[in-house]
Structure formats: C-alpha cells, structure tokens
Ligand binder design. Structure first.
Ligand code: C2E
Ligand code: MG
Ligand code: MG
Ligand code: MG
Length: 290
C-alpha cells in the first residue's frame, strides 16, 4: 500500500488534506457547542511595573477544555473561530466574563482602583457597528470604569481596517477604553499608523524581547520603540519576559511595564488572586517555579 501511495503522491496529498479538513470541521462543531454552552474559561497573566514588579494589570487569555483533546490554547482554535463566524460570540463572552472578573476583584479588594484588564479582540469584532455600544453596556452593568479596560488589537486592524473599524475605535476611545497594539513590530504597520489611529499603547512582541542581553539588534529595536512611544505618548508593555537578564535590559532601556513567565504564567482567577491579592509584589521565586 505504501508503494502504491509512493507512486501516486496525489493520493497521499488528498488523504492528508481530507484529514486536515475533517479535523477542522470537528473542532468547529465542538467549539460551536462550547461557546453556546459557555464551556470556555479564561486564564489571567500579570502585567507588572518595572523595576518594582508591582502588579499593574492583567491579560485575559482564553482557554478551552476540549471533550477529547483536553486543554487547548487559543492558537488551536481562535483561527477556526475567526473563519467560522464564531469569533463574535466567543469574543463577546470573553469580554463579558473578564470585565465581570475585574469587577469581582475590585469589590473584594484584590486589586486597586488603577488596576486594568487587557482583553484581546479580533479584527472581525471591531467590524461590528454596535461593538462599542454593547461594550459600554457590559462595563456599566459590571460597574467597571472604561479606563480600566484595555483592548489589545492587531497591527492588521490599523493596516487593513475599514472606515467602520476606524469609527468603532474612535467610539471606544470616546468611551474611555484604552487600545493597545499587540505583538507590535511583527506586522506591517509603520510609525505613521500609530499616529493616525486612536491607540494608546503598544505591546512589544516577545520575539524582540527574546534576544535582550545577547542581541544588540533586539536592544536597538526596543530602544527605538521606547523613543517613539514616548514621543507619541503611548504606553509600552514588553511581552514574553522569561529571564532576569531580559528584565534588567528592559529596565535600563526605560520600559515601564512587562509581562512574562518571570512573574507568572496565565492562571485561573482564584490562583491569580491568591498570588497577587493586596497588590503585593509577586514573589519571583514562586513565580519562576510554575
Ligand atoms: P498574545 O495576546 O500576544 O498573548 C501572549 C501569549 O504569550 C499568550 O499565549 C501567553 O500565554 C504567552 N506568554 C506569556 N508570557 C510568556 C513568556 O514569558 N514566554 C512565552 N514563550 N510565552 C509567553 P496564549 O495564551 O497561548 O495566547 C496566544 C494568542 O492567542 C494571544 O497572543 C492572542 O493573540 C490570542 N488570544 C488569546 N485569548 C484571546 C481571546 O480571548 N480573543 C482573541 N481574539 N484572541 C485571543
Ligand atoms: Mg494580547
Ligand atoms: Mg501579545
Ligand atoms: Mg504575542
């Protein structure tokens, strides 16, 4: 049989393509049910001030316990959700749930008044004319000020976004919600984009953080982003900080905020509160052991 497949490579190709399509359809069907039944969950990763390590905010990262495959990260299913129209319902749920979580932490005194929640939004969500209005209702219902919410958008929103998307971004800013450009530096946006769009911050992609301490090139890139952000009055968060050496370079370069395994991975809300409540400086030893 192997010999036969070797002779006819198209057979092999067709079979693997068919498997890929089948797997995708299978994920889509299960995801549709999970979204409808609210079976997703959210893990929370701390964002800290540099150099103190004091808790400043948190990023909400969606997780899914697949009935057969077990826990899946967003890289396994966000693209499927985007291609199948599920992203609106999924994204709306993540926003509602994370804003409610923020309200609970504020009420319980786990976090202070300035603490913010960062939530990833897909380009598709921002192409919905009623997005800002519905988000305003979510915030009001939870009693959370708009300024305590940061939406993380992709560079593609600035580059390829429609007039409608642009209007939604302006409405969000009018509400007081902050807007940060995620994975900054990996897309095709230029400096001018940051000025033309109503964004309030950037998150330096972890690919540029990786080489800090060993690559002068990465260091120069981060230096340039810091200079640009200060000129445009944008906030800066460095992503994917794993080592003390990386952190030390970020401190030297004047990066004010950071996120990464050095302080903690994304964890369920109870675990987050247990580690970080009272705004305490996270114990780095504990943070590194997970
Ligand atoms: P992102 O927004 O850039 O989130 C950061 C990702 O880096 C997360 O992966 C996080 O777990 C991981 N990370 C954090 N610190 C470190 C570190 O020190 N080292 C390394 N190697 N990785 C680190 P995750 O949770 O798998 O999420 C992947 C992406 O999925 C996110 O990237 C985001 O673009 C997307 N995503 C997550 N949740 C949502 C959501 O609710 N909606 C949408 N549309 N996208 C989401
Ligand atoms: Mg993000
Ligand atoms: Mg990111
Ligand atoms: Mg990233």
């Amino acid at each position: 049989r192997a010999k036969e497949e070797g002779r006819n490579r198209w057979t092999v190709f067709d079979a693997s393509m068919r498997d890929a399509v089948r797997e995708r359809v299978e994920i889509e069907v299960a995801l549709r049910a999970a979204v409808a039944q609210e079976q997703l969950s959210i893990a929370y990763q701390p964002i800290v001030e540099l150099p103190t390590g004091r808790l400043a905010g948190v990023e909400a990262l969606v997780r899914w316990e697949h009935p057969v495959r077990g826990w899946l990260g967003p890289n396994m299913f966000i693209a499927v959700a985007e291609d199948s129209n599920l992203i609106s319902a999924l994204g709306a749920w993540v926003l509602r749930e994370s804003v409610r979580q923020l309200a609970r932490w504020r009420a319980d005194g786990v976090v202070d008044d300035d603490f913010w929640m960062s939530v990833n939004v897909s380009p598709r969500q921002l192409g919905d004319a009623a997005f800002a209005e519905r988000l305003a209702a979510v915030l009001q219902q939870a009693g959370v000020p708009a300024a305590n919410l940061v939406l993380e958008i992709t560079e593609s929103v600035m580059v390829e976004g429609s007039e409608l998307t642009e209007r939604v971004l302006v409405e969000l800013r009018t509400l007081g919600v902050r807007i940060s450009v995620d994975d900054f530096g990996t897309g095709f946006s230029a400096l001018g984009y940051l000025r033309r769009h109503p964004v309030t911050g950037v998150k330096i992609d972890r690919s540029f953080v990786k080489g800090l301490g060993t690559s002068t090139e990465d260091e120069e890139i981060v230096r340039a982003v810091v200079a640009m952000s200060s000129a445009l009055r944008l906030s800066v968060v460095a992503e994917g900080v794993e080592t003390e050496a990386q952190r030390d370079v970020l401190v030297t370069l004047g990066v004010p905020l950071a996120q990464g395994w050095l302080w903690g991975k994304a964890v369920p809300p109870d675990e987050f509160a247990a580690r970080w409540s009272l705004g305490g400086v996270g114990e780095r030893v504990a943070a590194r052991s997970d």
